[in-house]
Design a protein around this ligand. Structure first.
Ligand code: NAD
Length: 402
């Protein structure tokens, strides 16, 4: 028997076959949604192994036909030890990208360090390539600056305590939650980890090394969100870090003018990923949101979000470069938000199972780690190092297609 191990909405193990399937499934969606860009382009994705960064790499490869380099930090599998979901995702990505004759180089190391940046520069020089697009999609709990300090990111409100509910996905419980305001040190540390400093270091280091192509574009991801999420996000430590990221986009945009470059912020809607599931209050909000978005026919997954951002924003030649490329309109839609508020107004311990799409959220959450797929027999323990080539999901796709 192979079961997910979950604590506080963090899943610490992963099913290799389920992770391979997730990547395969997203690849099919990416192939179905082509994006026009220049020929022979190369993209770098920082934070490439899961969630939005992985979806971006899939879209850049299979929708836009680019070669890619990915940077990520995951637990690698060993003969008798399972790897993390992101490690399996990356194995699967490389397998499918190479089968499609695309360059897919990846490095499993701390993106904050100079070594990671220099590894990328070296690979570009060895392959005689320059970067056309850099997607910065890091969601990190900490950042170590050698010889200086280790900064821990905090998810806390700033002006007043957060009082609300949170959802324990695994226990299917709604819990009252109070989070006290952050200290100034916690705010500063969160800005160090999740603000724009490292994004800027990446771009300036690659520029100095001469490995950025003419008309180079870079995008970093952010969340603005509606009133419902402001107390824990927008007006909290993470919101502060994102404000720093947004200021960095302006500074980078100026630094790139001479080479016809552009730096923007991609504003996405709330999506179920390993990182967003640990933000207090967000699992509950995302469960309610998705249920209401479905009712209004206003749903998009991570791949659809980044595909639209690239197609209508970043690579849209008829659109003037903008600081914000927003694709969070479906979440912020007034009708959807009114319906979300109405659910929150009625919510209590006894009715939340009826009012909130918790089963669906739980399934989506588990699927991120390769669990909760009905075609996998979880009674059998998988081999941690099963070679990807034996997972042929094409039969499943035919079944899906009827
Ligand atoms: P995620 O947890 O799914 O992915 C995070 C990625 O960062 C992984 O590839 C991980 O390996 C990598 N990473 C973490 N620490 C690293 C390190 N030190 N070195 C190298 N790689 C490291 O997170 P996500 O939800 O996809 O978030 C990505 C970005 O998108 C974040 O900036 C987040 O704020 C933003 N965003 C997320 C949402 C959402 O709802 N999920 C919405 C809008 C914006």
């Amino acid at each position: 028997m192979y079961r997910p191990r979950i604590k506080n909405n963090i899943c610490t193990n992963a099913h290799p076959v389920g992770c391979f399937y997730n990547v395969y499934d997203q690849m099919l969606d990416a192939l179905d949604a082509p994006i026009k860009t220049g020929k022979n382009q190369t993209a770098l994705v920082v934070g490439a192994s899961s969630g939005i960064g992985l979806a971006s790499r899939l879209a850049l490869t299979f929708s836009a036909g680019m070669d890619t380099i990915g940077v990520y930090s995951e637990r690698a599998a060993q003969a008798h030890k399972y790897g993390s979901a992101g490690w399996y995702n990356n194995q699967a990505f490389e397998y499918y990208a190479r089968r499609a004759n695309k360059m897919a180089l990846s490095t499993n190391q701390d993106a904050f360090q100079k070594n990671a940046k220099d590894w990328v520069i070296q690979k570009l020089q060895q392959n005689d390539k320059k970067i056309d697009v850099l997607v910065y999609s890091l969601a990190a709990p900490k950042r170590n600056i050698k010889g200086v300090a280790e900064y821990l990111s905090a998810i806390k409100p700033i002006d007043e305590n957060f009082q609300g509910h949170t959802l324990d996905v695994f226990e299917e419980e709604l819990r009252e939650l109070v989070i006290e305001t952050a200290s100034q040190d916690e705010v500063d540390a969160t800005v160090k980890v999740m603000g724009g400093e490292d994004w800027q270091e990446w771009v300036l280091r690659l520029k100095k090394a001469g490995v950025l192509a003419e008309n180079f574009k870079t995008v970093a991801y952010s969340y603005m969100g509606p009133e419902q999420t402001q107390s824990i996000y927008g007006r909290g430590t993470l919101g502060c870090a994102k404000a720093h990221l947004h200021e960095t986009a302006i500074a980078l945009d100026n630094a790139l003018v001479s080479m016809g470059g552009q730096a923007s912020i991609g504003v996405l809607q709330a999506l179920v990923t390993p990182s967003s599931s640990v933000i207090p209050g967000m699992p509950l909000y995302m469960s309610v949101l998705e249920q209401q978005q479905k009712k209004f026919g206003q749903c998009e997954n991570a791949l659809q979000q980044v595909n639209r951002l690239f197609k209508e924003g970043l690579f849209n030649k008829s659109r003037k470069p903008e600081q914000y490329l927003r694709v969070d309109d479906l979440e912020c839609n007034a009708n959807v938000q009114q319906a979300v508020k109405a659910v929150y107004a009625q919510l209590n311990q006894s009715n939340f199972c009826d009012l909130v799409g918790i089963k669906h959220f739980k399934q989506k959450f588990l699927q991120q780690f390769g669990f909760a797929h009905d075609f996998i027999n979880y009674e059998q323990k998988p081999d941690p190092l099963t070679p990807p080539a034996i997972h042929d999901f094409s039969e499943l796709s035919y079944q899906k297609a009827g």
